[in-house]
Design a binder for this molecule. Structure first.
Ligand SMILES: C=C(O[C@@H]1C=C(C(=O)O)C=C[C@H]1O)C(=O)O
Length: 247
């Protein structure tokens, strides 16, 4: 059988899934690449892979997409790795630099700015000065491991999953395992088992991840990232896509 090509996120948040894939027999049926989220999305859209752990916002650019797993990168309240970092209050921001590695969180920022905070700063894509806040009215979106330890370095750090929960009362889905073509159910079942195995063995995984003084990786992977794609998260996902379409 030809191997199923999969692109997964290269950040710490995905390590439990990778552990499960690498420690179960499914590894022999998969060709796995690890990419930044924007590239996971592009590879899945361009049919370079069959399944991607892709930012959910990218589904708006896909003629066919199908969620193939019961697990995701999500959060119930604060996630601790998706922020708007700023030196001023959100209502005073004039310019917002978007994160070139993100697709969902840039759009979550846009949804919240318009509908929750009701402000309209200029949005800047691919700013050469990205993440260097040289003036007090520019802020930036940032996701993933690059945010670790930064929360206390700025006057304001808005946790976007926390803000989404304040706005809607719902959890949030950042990325889901999405196929660009029908995938055999036997593979889907085995894939789900592999992901579950990884989640169940998070304690073993921690022995492989170097600890950091400025960030609690154990708390992050046990309590902040919420991996179950529940009915409530699916509801939140569809609500988010509706807000996105209306922007
Ligand atoms: C919680 C996170 O979720 C992510 C955010 C994504 C995005 O903004 O497009 C995509 C994949 C996830 O890795 C994170 O990266 O910190």
């Amino acid at each position: 059988m030809e191997k199923i090509k999969i692109s997964a996120v290269s950040y710490t948040n995905t390590k439990p899934f990778i552990y499960g894939i690498q420690h179960t027999a499914i590894i022999d049926k998969i060709e796995l690449s690890l990419d930044i989220p924007a590239d996971c999305a592009q590879k899945t859209i361009d049919n370079k892979v069959d399944i991607g752990l892709i930012p959910v916002a990218a589904t708006l650019n896909m003629p066919y997409w199908n969620i193939v797993a019961d697990y995701c990168i999500g959060a119930k309240g604060a996630v601790n790795s998706v922020f708007i970092f700023s030196n001023c209050d959100i209502h005073s921001i004039k310019r917002l630099q978007l994160d070139p590695e993100s697709r969902t969180s840039n759009n979550l920022a846009r949804v919240l700015l318009k509908n929750y905070w009701k402000v309209a700063p200029e949005l800047i894509t691919n700013d050469p000065e990205y993440s260097n806040l040289s003036d007090s009215e520019t802020a930036f979106v940032q996701i993933g491991d690059r945010t670790f330890g930064k929360k206390d370095k700025y006057a304001y750090a808005y946790d976007l999953a926390g803000e989404w929960e304040k706005f809607t009362g719902l959890p949030f889905v950042f990325a889901a395992w999405i196929a660009n073509k029908p995938v055999p159910q036997t593979f889907v079942d085995e894939f789900n088992e592999a992901l579950k195995y990884g989640l169940q063995h998070r304690e073993a995984l921690f022995a492989e991840i170097p600890a950091r003084a400025d960030f609690d990786i154990h708390d992050y992977l046990m309590n902040k990232i919420d991996f179950d794609l529940t009915e409530e998260k699916r509801k939140a996902l569809h609500l988010f896509l509706e807000y996105l379409k209306a922007l």
